[in-house]
Design a protein around this ligand. Structure first.
Ligand code: ATP
Length: 254
């Protein structure tokens, strides 16, 4: 199983602190003739873990993709410590998707390839790969094809690969939705460890327990808008909006 106690070697170009605040200004995203992100204005200041929550179709994944620069907004902008994300900044971000996205290569080659894309030399890459696989508890599977790993193991590999890049910012889109409770807790320990090492973690989750365990602040989306954004304790103890109250009590949010 994962061993988050030993820090990763990482690629070593991480900033001393993540580029905060994140300022989301007048953000709009339209696709298929539909406005799916509708004038979002929000500021994330905390260095701790931010959870993005909301009902299905609220726009959480799209917002994460916009923040990571995978898609461009129709209108508006996102500033990181006052700057637009340029290529070097984007290189210091990593993302773990809802479903594992892996190459048809070995477990080790999946990590090595990602490091190679960042220009990491062969010797350092080998150390980083070992580190990442140890962290993921996948050392024994290093030479196996990644596609034969179980779903949970594949997701652990994706997270270890992302962490091996030692990013300033780590985005995760429902990373544990298909994992068993033990794997989920192991991943959560890794995320807390990453945050303690100064990585800004922004996590989309439907799992209220997970957000309570991990998040410092919660951004609640509904119909492409931020309905509330507050410290997680306040959000869970005293949600301000009807939508969030219904969501937290398991009601259908329409
Ligand atoms: N290419 C597209 N064309 C049309 N609509 C789209 C497209 N991509 C996303 N959408 C719509 O945008 C809305 C937001 O999608 P998004 O995946 O961000 O939701 P989500 O909050 O992550 O939902 P879930 O919790 O179900 O994963 C949804 O209504 C979705 O149908």
């Amino acid at each position: 199983m994962l061993d988050p106690t030993t820090p990763l070697q990482g690629v070593g170009d991480r900033l001393a602190s993540p580029p905060l605040p994140v300022e989301i200004k007048g953000l709009v995203y339209e696709t298929g003739g539909k406005r799916v992100i509708d004038e979002i204005n929000a500021t994330i200041e905390s260095r701790r873990i931010t959870a993005i929550m909301g009902p299905n179709g609220a726009g959480k994944s799209i917002l994460l993709r916009l923040m990571h620069g995978l898609i461009a907004p129709t209108k508006g902008e996102i500033l990181w410590a006052g700057r637009h994300a340029d290529r070097p900044m984007a290189y210091r971000q990593a993302m773990v998707f809802h479903r594992p996205v892996l190459l048809r290569r070995s477990v080790a080659a999946n990590v090595s390839h990602a490091l190679g894309l960042r220009g990491i030399g062969r010797d350092k890459r080998a150390i980083c790969v070992d580190d990442a696989l140890r962290l993921a508890g996948l050392e024994r599977q290093a030479s196996m094809p990644a596609r034969v790993l179980s779903g949970g193991e594949q997701q652990r590999l994706c997270l270890a690969r992302a962490l091996s890049l030692d990013p300033d910012v780590l985005f995760l889109d429902e990373p544990t939705s298909s994992l068993d409770p033990a794997s989920t807790l192991a991943i959560e320990r890794l995320l807390l460890d990453a945050q303690r090492r100064g990585i800004k973690v922004i996590l989309v989750t439907h799992d209220v327990g997970q957000a309570r365990r991990l998040a410092h602040d919660v951004m609640f989306l509904h119909h492409g808008r931020v309905i509330e954004h507050q410290d997680s304790q306040d959000f869970f103890d005293n949600p301000r909006s009807e939508g969030a109250r219904a969501f937290l009590s398991g009601g259908l949010v329409l």
